[in-house]
Every structure is written in C-alpha cells, then in structure tokens.
Design a protein around this ligand. Structure first.
Ligand code: ATP
Ligand code: MG
Length: 343
C-alpha cells in the first residue's frame, strides 16, 4: 500500500494592501505599512499593488508624475525586503476585475457613506479640483480592491483605518442582500481588518504627519548627507531659544524620531540632557541621524542591485498580475452568481 499523501497545509490568511505611485516613498510609508508587509509575507498569502487608479483620483491632470513612480515604488518595496517569491506584486490598472466589482458594489452602497468619510468635505473645500465622482468614490474602489481577494488583513497607516471600516460595512450589506440564508453563504465577501504598526502615523520634519506633498519627509532612499542636512535643520522645542535654556521633549518634533529609533538608554540621555540643558539640540539629533542612515544602508544597496537589472522588476509585476487575476476572477464569478448575473 502506498503511503497516504501528507495532509494539505491549511490555507494561509490573505493580506491585501496598496500604495499610490504619487512620489518617492518615505519613512512614514515604511514604518506605517511597508514594515508590516515584509513581516507578513512569510506567514500570509500577500497581495500588494501599485494603486495607480487611486493616484489618478488626485493627480488626474498630472499623470507624468504617476508614470515615473510606478516601477520606482516597486523598487522601494523590493529594497525594503518584499520577496516576489512569497508575495504577489501587481498594478491596479492591469486588473479591470477591480473595476467590475466596484461597479457592482456601487449599486447597493449608499452615497452618504462616502460623503461622510473623514476629511472628504475638508479636502474638497480646500481644493475644488477634487470635487469629482472619482475622488468621492475612491473608498469604494478601495473596498473592491480588498474584497476581491477576500483579504482578512489590510496593513495600512492610521489615515486608512476609516476606509477599512467602510469596506466592512460594504461587505456586510452585500452579504445581507445577496448572501442567501445560510451563515456560510452570508460570507461571500468576508469582512477585513485593518492592521496598524506601532508607528501608524509617523511625524515629519515639522512635527505634522510625514507626507509626500508637505515637504516634510525623509525618503527611504535619501542620500546620507541629505538625511543629515534635513535632521540638522529640523526645528526643535520653540521655547529652547539659547543653548543654555532647558527644553522639553514633549514640545520637540525630534522626540518622535527618538521614540522610533532610539533605545531606552539613548532616550534617557536625550531627555535628561534636554531638560537640564546639558546637551545641545545638534547633540540630541546625532543618534537619530546615525540610526536613520543605518536603517537606509541596506535599502540603498538592494535598490542599486535591482536597478542594475530593471527588466526583472517588470517580470515580477507581470507574474504577480497573472497570479492576482486568477484569484480576482474566482471571486467575481461568485459575486455574479450571487447577484443573479448569469443568463
Ligand atoms: P502621503 O501621505 O505621503 O501623501 P499618500 O497618502 O499619497 O502619501 P498612500 O499610498 O495613501 O500615500 O499611503 C501608503 C500607505 O502609507 C498607507 O497605508 C498610509 O496609511 C501609509 N502612510 C502614509 N504616510 C504615513 C505616515 N506619515 N505614517 C504612517 N503611515 C503612513
Ligand atoms: Mg494617503
């Protein structure tokens, strides 16, 4: 008698996340999301995508910026440690399946759910060019991005948590309307959960959220001299005017970087030195500069290797797109059946 085949391993829980190719990735992207992506790829079935349609929601007039960032962003991901043999990497606009699910979900999603998204009204008031159907609808497009892979976890920064919440509501409503009576079929589209890091909102050089458009970011691949210059110019406690004035880390934007990068001993040294005016602000900044440069060194090295063979990045994306398509098509088939779209 031949041996019975070994039992199949249980399926790994699915993970989905994306980033917009609207600029160079910065430390906020790494510590808010990408760090979790790298961590999850060994244990989860991971799908990560270049959200170029989402980039168009705000940059529809300025597409050149998107084009130049698509593959460059994938280089940043690979440099940070994403492994294409473990994780599936693809481009959103190559997947019309996402648009089909978006259209189908739109039928049952109340428009008030989108109008009340945090900061939607603020952003449109600040910039009338954002008063488009695409910008209003982008959280629903995100819901389609997530639900089409039946993702259990969505590793993102804090600003995205509300979008994952609305995705859960969209899934719940869909399941209720189209899921039939049994518990099992009510889970055609499982509800995902956001997964945050400890640094789900990294501050920038000015103390506000680090952001591409705010000019307050340190890029993942900034040169060591640029990092040094940016940190040395950072404002500190505004009440510490002279070197001899005692300061307070609670008022200083540099402290957020100590919290992320320094060990207990360094933090104690910085806090005591600041409060007693025992050290100057440049002294206090030096361990932060060193730590960021140390963190970036392997990213820059790996990026240089990857850039020496750019065709490989295209192949990785080709392969990833095909893998993603197989999963997306399967979900769409189930959705079409549930909605009665099989004639
Ligand atoms: P930016 O905020 O720099 O303008 P973006 O909003 O265009 O970038 P997204 O593609 O929306 O970029 O963000 C990619 C991911 O990085 C998201 O999960 C987002 O929450 C996260 N993220 C962006 N900035 C930060 C930050 N400062 N701290 C933590 N996470 C962040
Ligand atoms: Mg964002």
């Amino acid at each position: 008698m031949p041996d019975a085949p070994p039992p199949l391993p249980p399926p790994r829980p699915r993970v989905l996340s994306g980033m917009r190719p609207t600029g160079t990735l910065h430390l906020g992207h790494y510590h808010g999301a990408l760090k979790n992506w790298v961590r999850l790829q060994a244990t989860h079935d991971c799908f990560f995508f270049v959200a170029d349609w989402h980039a168009l929601t705000t940059h529809y007039q300025d597409r050149s910026a998107i084009e130049s960032n698509v593959y460059d962003m994938v280089v940043d991901w690979l440099a940070a440690g994403l492994d294409p043999e473990q994780a599936t990497i693809f481009i959103q606009s190559r997947m019309p399946e996402h648009a089909e699910l978006f259209t189908l979900l739109a039928m049952s999603t109340p428009s008030s759910w989108l109008e009340r998204m945090p900061s939607y009204k603020d952003q449109v008031e600040k910039n009338r060019e954002l008063a488009t159907f695409g910008f209003l609808g982008y959280p629903l497009l995100q819901a389609a991005d997530i639900l089409i892979y039946k993702a259990a976890l969505v590793p993102v920064g804090e600003d995205q948590a509300a979008h994952v919440e609305v995705t859960r509501e969209v899934a719940r409503r869909f399941n209720r309307i189209y899921g039939g009576k049994t518990d099992d079929s009510a889970r055609i589209l499982p509800e995902p959960q956001a997964l945050l890091t400890e640094t789900s909102k990294l501050q920038g050089l000015d103390g506000f959220k680090m952001s591409k458009s705010a000019g307050n970011a340190i890029a993942m691949r900034d040169e060591p001299a640029v990092v040094e210059d940016k940190i040395r110019r950072m404002p500190t406690d505004p009440q510490r005017v002279r070197r001899s004035d005692p300061g307070d880390p609670a008022r200083c934007p540099v402290w957020a970087f100590h919290e992320l990068y320094s060990d207990d001993a360094t933090r104690a040294w910085a806090e005591t030195g600041c409060k007693s005016a025992g050290i100057g602000c440049l002294d206090c900044k030096q361990p932060v500069i060193d730590a960021i440069q140390r963190e970036q060194a392997p990213w820059r090295e790996r990026a240089a290797e990857i850039l020496a063979n750019p065709k490989q990045v295209h192949w990785i994306v080709e392969l990833g797109t095909e893998r993603a398509r197989a999963v997306a098509r399967k979900t769409l088939k189930e959705v079409r059946v549930a909605m009665g779209l099989v004639y």
